[in-house]
Design a protein. Structure first.
Length: 222
């Protein structure tokens, strides 16, 4: 069963989440402090990390950045109290995959967690390896290699790259990418897509020779 780490200093929320997730058969670990949470997240393999924004000793954004620079690819959902656009984008820039705003319904959160985990399970009909130039995507293990060197991508970055490769040569609109890969609209905030394209380019295409911006529309993989 999926393994979840909850890093949250509001004990009432922490206990509620822990209880709900255990009811759903998740294996759950908890921390109430940023630094301790970071340590646990980098030393244990989790499928999903629920990460509060405001935490003692290190805030959630910094924890997330450090996780990503330590190549932790778990699905990170930020628990935020501020429905602030700036923070939202900042969260994605820090490497978060999703967010919920407090107060949230546990049902909404677990629905998103299930959706994230479901994407990990593929049908046998899918080709298990995708190749694009010197890049190889292993769709079963969610690994990406360039010239046989592993490139650590988050789940969302992986899905974005996979979608671009499957649709190579086509101009894909930001709206299309947002609805396909995130499944619901962030108030139509397509900057989410831009942030993830930026991260993909950083990791795989720094000279922007492959992932092209299509003015007024979105992106295209050559
Ligand atoms: Ca907090």
């Amino acid at each position: 069963m999926a393994k979840v780490l909850i890093i949250e200093d509001e004990v009432s929320i922490l206990r509620m989440l822990e209880y709900d997730l255990k009811q759903l058969d998740y294996t759950v670990d908890t921390e109430t402090d940023g630094l301790r949470g970071l340590k646990k997240a980098t030393t244990t393999d989790y499928d999903i990390i629920l990460l509060d924004l405001m935490l003692p000793s290190m805030n959630g954004l910094d924890v997330c950045k450090k996780l990503r620079s330590a190549n932790v690819t778990a699905y990170v959902i930020m628990l935020t109290a501020m429905d602030d656009e700036y923070n939202k984008i900042e969260g994605f820039e820090a490497g978060a995959d999703d967010y919920v705003t407090k107060p949230f319904s546990p049902r909404e959160l677990t629905a998103r967690m299930k959706a994230a985990l479901r994407r990990h399970k593929r049908s046998d009909a899918d080709e298990s390896t995708l190749t694009y130039d010197d890049i190889i995507l292993k769709r079963d293990s969610y690994e990406v290699f360039r010239n046989e060197v592993p490139i650590p991508l988050t789940l969302k970055e992986f899905e974005l790259l996979e979608y671009l490769i499957l649709n190579r040569g086509k101009a894909l609109s930001r709206e299309q990418l947002l609805s396909t890969l995130w499944g619901y609209s962030y108030d139509g905030d397509t900057r989410v897509v831009d942030v993830h394209i930026f991260k993909l380019r950083e990791k795989l295409d720094p000279s922007q020779e492959r992932i092209k911006t299509v003015r007024g529309i979105g992106y295209k993989l050559l």
